[in-house]
Design a protein around this ligand. Structure first.
Ligand code: COA
Length: 187
């Protein structure tokens, strides 16, 4: 499915399916600056384009990336709806194939709070700075809007990825709590 359009702003209703365990808060301004570790130009010279809207984002390809990293396969129609209800998103297009190879998005109230979801990099493109490139830009965009309370859920094995970006676990002893209804297995 190929989407053409822009992001609208209503509140999200996406249900978290992956068991993530940690809630992290507000990256410090010193960690996320206006300077990214890799510039848009450098990314382009390496064959990658940064995209900030869902125009030309092929949702079937995005779904394949989700599945490739171990997220459950989701109904493309529901992904479409979730993305339409997403405030900020970033994805990286591989110029040669036009496929998405990295993605992250944030939902929230667009004033005080945001939660980052679905941070993924296609396994074939991991370890070359795309995850960091997407996260740095997404957080910068949220900070520019004046949003200072930025949370995410992290799987334990990925904590080391988020920490250098300024995220901390259990800030001031605050613990995240999640009500997550178990999904019935499909037959
Ligand atoms: C986690 C993920 C988004 C990282 O993306 P990536 O493009 O491979 O990471 P990058 O190449 O941008 O790495 C940036 C830095 O983080 C480090 N890093 C990457 N993954 C890490 C991990 N799991 N643990 C600790 N450090 C990690 C890198 O070594 C690099 O360090 P450097 O800046 O000192 O060189 C990607 O591996 C992924 O999609 N994983 C599967 C899905 C997932 O778990 N998503 C997160 C859900 S909570």
């Amino acid at each position: 499915m190929l989407l053409r359009g822009t992001i609208s702003n209503p509140l999200p209703s996406l249900h978290l399916k992956t068991p993530l365990r940690l809630r992290s808060y507000a990256p410090t301004a010193t960690t996320i600056t206006n300077k990214c570790s890799i510039s848009d130009e450098d990314l382009e010279s390496r064959g990658f384009l940064l995209r900030r809207t869902i125009s030309n984002l092929n949702l079937d390809h995005l779904n394949s990336v989700f599945v490739a990293v171990g997220f459950p396969k989701r109904d493309p129609e529901k992904i479409k709806l979730a993305l339409e209800n997403t405030n900020s998103l970033l994805w990286v297009e591989h110029k040669k194939t036009q496929k998405p190879v990295a993605f992250a998005r944030a939902t929230g109230d667009n004033v005080f709070n945001a939660i980052i979801w679905d941070v993924v990099v296609d396994p074939s493109y991991q370890g070359i700075g795309l995850g960091k490139a997407v996260m740095e830009r997404l957080v910068q965009e949220l900070l520019k809007k004046g949003i200072v309370n930025i949370a995410l859920y992290s799987e334990p094995r990925v904590l080391g990825f988020y920490r250098p970006l300024g995220f901390v676990a259990d800030p001031d002893g605050i613990r995240g709590m999640v009500y997550s209804r178990k999904q019935k297995k499909r037959k």
